[in-house]
Write a protein that binds this ligand. Structure first.
Ligand code: NAD
Length: 368
């Protein structure tokens, strides 16, 4: 007689090669929660990558993925990235992320977000959520009606962008110190690609210091406003990589450091807020080093946002968050120096540092 718990329509081969579990074991993800609710149309995945350092914190993204596999890949990649970002920033937070599958312009409702909040709550605080692409503060207010495990709500730690920009600015100065011999960005030609929330703050810091700032954006009205306010020079989007610049600051999309752009890019530092700037880490991370360009690893540089969220979790002030964002100077300086001393690309050093802290603190947490 067969064990009644045995799933009989799965072949022996499939039992051995469950593709989701295999994917989870690749980077040692702790837990995935698949969320479905036919009433509200909610389809979501919450990925908890690692909770050695603390509860897994990372935003919820709402996106019209082409298929569920795409959503799964995205949430697994992003949650691992959060473990690294939180670790290298010295925060007592693990890494997690959530994705809601669907068109953010068509599918939003109070019921959908409250149902999602129920799922977040079912993890008992192991995962803390926040805003990400496609999510607004009012969506998160609905989530917060069903769970306390939400940060970045209106009236709490607020918009993380100024803190993110401050960290990017500090890290950029560390790169300048190593590449040009001192911290000053006065007279340096800096191109800020994307002058949205983070980019505009960065432009304000740079122009205040006397850098020559070039800006590019797909929105003409934004460009005009930022250019008029700060006196930055506008560059058409298709001419960005032709500009003779000292520092390239990608603050819009990822994957702009790729084969095509690297053929033209004339800069000696890449330091911007965008996530996943290297199209292919192992190819372009090495390529930039060969070209003598200092690349400030994105997840270490743009950690100001999560530092701001952490201040809310830990009951710390905005002043603390801004000062912690300034510490990004030391982190980036250390990464670049270690990269040069060991002749290893900066992205590899940053990954190693994040992994080393998780490993070391994991041992601290063993029972006495
Ligand atoms: P945002 O949407 O406010 O700004 C992005 C800007 O880039 C917009 O003005 C948009 O028009 C412009 N843009 C889009 N495509 C472009 C292109 N091809 N060329 C030039 N400009 C283009 O976003 P944000 O909050 O300022 O974030 C910017 C980047 O930094 C994103 O990659 C984000 O993931 C990352 N980041 C942001 C934070 C934060 O605190 N907001 C924290 C960490 C990382």
């Amino acid at each position: 007689m067969k064990n009644s718990f045995e799933i009989q329509d799965i072949t022996a081969n499939e039992k051995q090669n469950n593709p989701v579990i295999a994917e989870m074991s690749k980077y040692n993800h702790e837990q995935l929660l698949f969320c479905n609710d036919n009433e509200t149309g909610l389809k979501a995945i919450i990925a908890v990558h690692n909770t050695v350092l603390g509860p897994a914190l990372g935003g919820t993204r709402m996106w019209a993925y082409n298929n569920e596999l795409e959503a799964l890949n995205d949430v697994m990649r992003l949650s691992r990235g959060m473990s690294y970002k939180n670790s290298i920033s010295g925060l007592n937070l693990g890494g997690g992320k959530a994705v809601i599958i669907g068109d953010a312009r068509k599918m939003k409702s109070e019921a959908l977000f409250r149902r999602f909040g129920k799922f977040v709550n079912s993890l008992g605080g192991k995962y803390i959520t926040a805003e990400d692409v496609g999510i607004s503060p009012s969506d998160m207010s609905w989530v917060s009606m069903e769970t306390a495990h939400v940060v970045g709500l209106p009236g709490k730690s607020g918009d993380p962008s100024p803190v993110t920009a401050q960290g990017v600015y500090a890290g950029m100065k560390a790169c300048a110190n190593i590449q040009f011999g001192n911290d000053s960005l006065k007279g340096k030609k800096v191109l800020v690609q994307g002058v949205g929330h983070v980019g505009e703050y960065l432009v304000s810091y740079l122009t205040k210091e006397g850098a020559t700032v070039y800006i590019s954006d797909i929105h003409e009205d934004t460009l005009k406003r930022v250019s008029n306010t700060y006196g930055a020079k506008v560059v058409p989007i298709n001419e960005v990589y032709d500009v003779d610049m000292d520092i390239y600051a990608p603050c819009a999309l990822g994957a702009t450091v790729n084969d095509e752009n690297l053929l033209k890019l004339k800069c000696s530092i890449i330091s911007g807020a965008a996530n996943n700037q290297l199209a292919n880490e192992s190819v372009h991370g090495v390529e930039v080093m060969k070209k003598g360009i200092i690349y400030a690893p994105d997840f270490a540089l743009n950690a100001g946002g999560v530092i701001n969220c952490y201040s809310e979790v830990a009951g710390l002030s905005n002043t603390w968050a801004l000062s912690k964002a300034d510490d990004i100077y030391q982190t980036i300086y250390h990464i670049v120096k270690r990269s040069q001393n060991e002749n290893i690309p900066t992205y590899q050093i940053a990954n190693k540092m994040a992994e080393e802290r998780i490993e070391a603190i994991g041992k601290v947490k063993l029972p006495l």
